[in-house]
Write a protein that binds this ligand. Structure first.
Ligand SMILES: [Mg+2]
Length: 254
């Protein structure tokens, strides 16, 4: 039996769009008026969320207008933090059972955006995914190095550090963003990573699956044993790690 078990939890509705939730759908009269219509949106948006998280929705560019409130509530309410906490706890439980060899090769990989750092402030200023993703505007925001840590991820990161895992950060960001990214990570509380891997010139344009799989293979070629991979929910990484004696921990919405 394949020993790998994929744990998909947090959230990654922010890859090019945004997130979700259960309560407020649209402000104003609906909640106090036509209850059946509001319930219809709630049901629809929860099903939409499910289709995104399972990747059935395929490529999409914007959160449906009727689900923007749903996404906002999910990300800014208690649910997202709770989901992140669950993933972090499961990751720590798994990591605690890993035997560290002591040769400096036991590794854990982290994605950065929507895994270590939250892009919520950017999306909050851009309609919670209701706008088509603007890469230029996003990069300008990322270069401000002002993204906050996801608290549950910071806790996990520090626990893994104490357990003597080598922490390798593998991001889709490009080399030109190295300084801003490192600065942001440090300001958010992350430190002492083993390596920060960004897309080089040859990696630009590669699908994430190809790029990240290649980098992981390189690391394994260097002798690293990759025990865990923390990413936001993303089929590219899920597929890439659906084998071997390792485990992936994912967040929803990225
Ligand atoms: Mg990410």
């Amino acid at each position: 039996m394949d020993p790998f078990r994929s744990l998909l939890l947090l959230s990654s509705l922010f890859s090019v769009a945004a997130p979700h939730s259960i309560l407020q759908i649209s402000p104003g009269s609906r909640r106090h008026g036509d209850r059946s219509a509001w319930k219809g949106d709630e049901l629809y948006c929860d099903s939409w969320r499910f289709s995104v998280e399972t990747n059935d929705a395929g490529i999409w560019t914007q959160v449906p207008e009727r689900c923007v409130g749903f996404v906002r509530e999910y990300m800014t309410g208690e649910r997202y933090a709770s989901d992140c906490g669950m993933v972090s706890n499961n990751s720590m439980s798994f990591a605690g059972g890993v035997k560290i060899a002591g040769d400096g090769k036991d590794a854990w990989i982290f994605d950065i955006d929507e895994t270590l750092l939250s892009n919520l402030p950017y999306y909050a200023a851009h309609g919670f995914g209701s706008e088509v993703f603007d890469e230029t505007a996003y990069n300008e925001w990322a270069n401000l190095a002002d993204a906050p840590a996801i608290p549950a991820s910071l806790m996990l990161y520090n626990v893994l550090k104490r357990l003597k895992f080598k922490l390798i950060l593998l991001t889709g960001r490009t080399e030109v963003q190295r300084n801003a990214t490192a600065k942001n990570l440090l300001l958010a509380g992350y430190s002492n990573w083993e390596r920060l891997i960004l897309r080089g010139i040859d990696d630009v344009g590669k699908p994430a699956l190809v790029y990240k799989s290649h980098k992981r293979a390189e690391l394994e070629g260097e002798g690293y044993r990759i025990h865990g991979n923390s990413v936001e929910l993303c089929s590219c990484d899920s597929v890439a790690l659906s084998y071997g004696n390792r485990r992936q921990f994912s967040s929803l919405w990225a």
